[in-house]
Ligand binder design. Structure first.
Ligand SMILES: [Zn+2]
Length: 70
């Protein structure tokens, strides 16, 4: 199972730094996500809210949901 958070994480999941950039985004399929980028280790994470919890999305899921239909 993926990690779940009640609130968006304050710390980087990889290195624990608090210096995070948070950027709300909407994927091509309409999914609301929060893009979290670490200033220290350049770790990136995409979170989506589900049933009141923030759930980490895999990069494969993000790419799939961001793909434009051709
Ligand atoms: Zn980090």
């Amino acid at each position: 199972m993926s990690d779940a958070y009640v609130v968006p994480p304050e710390r980087c999941a990889s290195c624990g730094a608090r210096d995070l950039t948070r950027l709300p985004m909407v994927l091509t399929d309409g999914t609301d996500v929060l893009f979290v980028s670490c200033q220290v280790c350049e770790g990136r994470e995409w979170l989506t809210e589900s049933d009141g919890q923030w759930v980490s999305l895999s990069i494969d899921t993000v790419i799939q949901r961001s793909a434009r239909r051709t």
